[in-house]
Design a binder for this molecule. Structure first.
Ligand code: 26Q
Length: 822
């Protein structure tokens, strides 16, 4: 399977090695002898891009000719990371490119490091969208991702004296070799103004006050071991041409520039996933902007292929990645009825067959709502449409449960308590034929709690689609050594058929295999140790247990519980330097990484606490190598690609019932880490896949959490009755780790003792610490630990995003997929 032999292309037959000099001259404008690593990266990217665009053009033509049913995945976030390594692997050009770099005395990894991450997402939801694009392309699903071409992605995190500092992320500063500006594809998007009602039988007219142009920029998404490529189409906001001209003609450049800014700011920057969803007007404009452009785009494609909208639902599936694009429901109704003259009932029937919606969070406070007044100001016609949808919903519901006003008030698209607000989740549910959660537990809780009323109306609408991750990026690319070991033992099919990992179980009892597995893990830990030293200056020992918690910093994810364990261990080592229970201490390295939303005080304080505890522990000569605590700055996709393979232990310790799924848990287990976790999200399904003997589950279960909350949870009881816990909290609150500012962490501790301990850290502390001792015990037996780790890898087949996308395709989108390996 050498791509240079495929009948593919017009491109040079000898791949990267032969084409590189030409590309340096033609595409980069640099003499090959002067090429720096960044030039080599760009030149290689251009070579790869040419091959992909040939496949792309052919594929798009085929899909048009076939009048294929297409999936449109609407998402405010796509956390892609880097593309070069992924594209090389997809084209089977990796070895060829590595050879070409060697011939220039470079390493491909170092060259590839010069690519910026495309960090167009906050965390799990955005990365999930990127894994899904990879799987849709690989499974040959005719598909588009639609989103926003943010000028600035997720902020870059710097740590100064232990505190997070945010910097803008100008990822497009030097251009991106992967984007294709589509000069001929743009759509107008309107805002504001008023609605003119022209009487019976005539459609209302939206007299908008402002217009902005949405310009298409495409990113190519290669399928793996497949000719298929998909498209990620991102929209950039631009002032309409006539605005520019008018101002420039009068010579008023300052006014022209400020007018231009007012339009173009819509696609400037990614909104952070704040602790409280920000009710900011620009965010609503962003949501409508990309939805309106995407809907026009897909409707134009449909009309060109079919000449009618009557069959729209047969040919188009639109997926809402959370409620962020939910305004699409109202926009489709507006386009069909107001613009194309379709009767309301027919349009509503199409709408309900076209849309589907994924929910990613249970926390009621995180459900998106917009003030009615703001919606009226920005999208007056959409608000009217929402009111009409709501009227029909409430009429229907009233027939099911006459006089149950509370029921109707909960279902209503409008929250009438206090300032009236539009509930975007309710709009998404009424407008969709399927609504799913992202793990079995989460989907179950959705129908039992936040969406119980809707589930009583339409039980068949609700379903589960457990998340997955792409094994191409998270195993093949991130962990080449483990990938090579897998290839030798079970063959290469796992890349497209991750269930094949089960074949490892047959090798688990082979001591030689376990030794090889241990050697691969050690090499990956050394690679991670180098990254840690380079980024933090702290030297860590690759022989120690690498205990990893990497994810957004959030109270419900309980990084603070992890820190409490660290302090517990610190105290215990000081008290018993020789060890515990007659056994020496297992040296540990606690590795944290993650960003806090810039306005989230508690999360930022937790980052600071991690650093402060690290500074004390790491420099305490009595501790030596027994405990190290490090925080890797600027966590993102590229950092994750080095962290996942180097982890021994995966911390997934959210309060039961709060983490919808998690996907880092899957990536870590796939790379041979054992999980210490709560009975939450996809952890439960990981336990089922690997067996109780190969995972450390602790703490309260979801029903117990609910019971405790109902019957009055008293955190202070735990504090008073557990001396180790008391010592830990007293030390943190008393300034033991912040002698320069002893009160720095009073607030964090007070929130536990006096503020109700919302996420029940104190209730889970004892079991967590006890479970960490079981972790130590297993780690002392390296061979037994390796057998458990192998069992984890072997069980991860089900967590491929190919499995997830296969389920979406069959059960929600009703599109055919190319079989694995086909
Ligand atoms: C909303 C309104 C205004 C501004 C920002 C937002 C916003 C943005 C992003 C709200 C939420 C998000 C992101 C949520 C998220 O990443 N959720 C995670 O989704 C993963 C994929 O399903 C799950 O695995 C995680 O459990 C879930 O936390």
């Amino acid at each position: 399977m050498n791509a240079s032999n495929s009948p593919d292309d017009l491109s040079p037959p000898d791949g990267v090695a032969a084409g590189l000099d030409r590309a340096l001259i033609d595409d980069i404008g640099v003499p090959p002898a002067d090429a720096r690593p960044a030039d080599l990266m760009n030149a290689t990217a251009h070579l790869v891009r040419k091959r992909l665009s040939q496949r792309w053009v052919r594929g798009q033509a085929r899909e048009s000719a076939d009048k294929a049913r297409r999936v449109y995945y609407l998402s405010m976030e796509f956390l892609i990371g880097r593309t070069l390594g992924n594209a090389l692997a997809a084209l089977d050009l990796h070895d060829d490119a590595a050879g070409a770099m060697r011939a220039r005395a470079q390493r491909l990894e170092d060259v590839a490091d010069h690519e910026c991450d495309a960090a167009l997402g906050n965390g799990g939801l955005g990365r999930l969208a990127a894994c899904f694009l990879d799987s849709m392309a690989t499974l040959g699903i005719p598909s588009f991702g639609y989103g926003i071409r943010y000028e600035y992605g997720m902020f870059a995190q710097e740590i100064k004296q232990g505190a997070q500092i945010e910097h803008p992320d100008p990822w497009l500063e030097n251009g991106s070799p992967w984007e294709f500006p589509r000069g001929n594809v743009s759509h107008p998007v309107h805002f504001g103004g008023w609605v003119e009602h022209r009487g019976e039988g005539r459609a209302p007219v939206w007299r908008a006050a402002g217009e902005v142009q949405a310009k298409a920029y495409d990113m190519v998404i290669p399928g793996h071991a497949s000719e298929h490529v998909s498209t990620l189409r991102l929209w950039k906001a631009a002032a309409p041409a006539h605005i520019d001209l008018n101002a420039f003609n009068t010579g008023d450049y300052a006014r022209a520039a400020s007018a231009k800014n007012e339009y173009e700011n819509i696609s400037w920057v990614l909104y952070p996933n704040d602790s409280t969803p920000a009710g900011r007007e620009l965010r609503l404009r962003q949501e409508y902007f990309f939805v309106a452009a995407s809907m026009q785009d897909l409707m134009a494609r449909h009309l060109e292929e079919h000449g009618t909208f009557a069959n729209l639902a047969d040919k188009v599936a639109i997926h809402l990645n959370d409620t962020h694009p939910a305004i699409g429901v109202a926009e489709l109704m507006r386009l069909l009825c107001d613009v194309h003259g379709m009767p309301w009932a027919e349009a509503w029937s199409i709408c309900g067959r076209v849309f589907s919606y994924t929910n990613h969070t249970l926390m009621p406070e995180a459900l998106e709502t917009w003030p009615v007044a703001l919606m009226h100001h920005v999208l007056p016609r959409h608000l009217e449409i929402i009111f009409r949808i709501n009227q029909e919903l409430l009429d229907f519901a009233a027939k099911q449960r006459p006089d149950d006003h509370d029921f109707l008030a909960r279902l209503s698209l409008i929250d009438e308590r206090g300032e009236r607000r539009v509930r975007m989740a309710n709009l998404s549910i009424v407008g969709s034929h399927k609504v799913n959660g992202v793990s079995a537990l989460h989907s179950d809780l959705l129908v039992k709690t936040v969406f119980a009323d809707f589930a009583s109306l339409w039980p068949e609408r609700f379903t589960n689609m457990t998340n997955g991750v792409t094994p191409r990026r998270w195993l093949a690319q991130a962990n080449p050594q483990l990938a090579a070991l897998l290839d030798r033992r079970i063959g290469p099919a796992w890349r497209r058929d991750l269930g094949a990992l089960e074949g490892l179980l047959a090798h688990r009892d082979d001591a030689a295999f376990r030794a090889e597995f241990i050697a691969v893990k050690r090499a990956n830990k050394q690679r991670l140790a180098r990254l840690i030293e380079q980024k933090t200056g702290t030297v860590v020992d690759a022989a120690s247990l690498f205990d990893v918690q990497v994810k957004r910093i959030h109270e419900y994810k309980r990084q603070l519980l992890n820190v409490m364990h660290a302090v517990t261990r610190y105290h215990a080592i000081l008290a018993n330097p020789q060890g515990e229970g007659g056994l020496p201490w297992v040296p540990r390295t606690l590795i944290f990484a993650g960003k806090a939303a810039s306005s989230y005080w508690a999360a930022k304080n937790i980052i600071r606490l991690i650093h402060d505890v690290g500074a004390v522990v790491n420099n305490d000569p009595r501790i030596g190598k027994l405990l190290k605590i490090v925080f890797v700055p600027n966590y993102g996709v590229s950092v994750a690609e080095t962290v996942m393979p180097g982890a021994d232990l995966s911390e997934q310790i959210s309060t039961a019932g709060t983490e919808a799924s998690g996907t880092g848990n899957m990536k870590l287990a796939m790379n041979g880490a054992l999980t210490i976790g709560t009975d939450d999200g996809a952890n439960i399904e990981i336990r089922e896949a690997v067996g109780d003997a190969n995972i450390f589950i602790f703490g309260l279960k979801t029903p117990q959490v609910q019971q405790f909350k109902q019957h009055g949870y008293q955190p202070m009881r735990h504090y008073e009755s557990n001396p180790a816990l008391k010592r830990v909290l007293d030390a943190i609150a008393g300034g033991a780790f912040s002698p320069d500012d002893p009160a720095r962490y009073r607030g964090l501790v007070d929130a536990l003792l006096w503020g109700g301990d919302t996420y029940m850290l104190l209730a889970d502390y004892e079991d967590y610490v006890a479970t960490q001792k079981r972790v130590d015990a297993l780690f002392r037996d390296a061979d037994r630990w390796a057998a458990c780790a192998i069992t984890n890898v072997a069980g991860m087949g089900v967590f491929s995003s190919d499995r997830t996308i296969g389920e979406y395709a069959r059960e929600i989108w009703r599109v055919p997929v190319q079989q694995a390996g086909g």
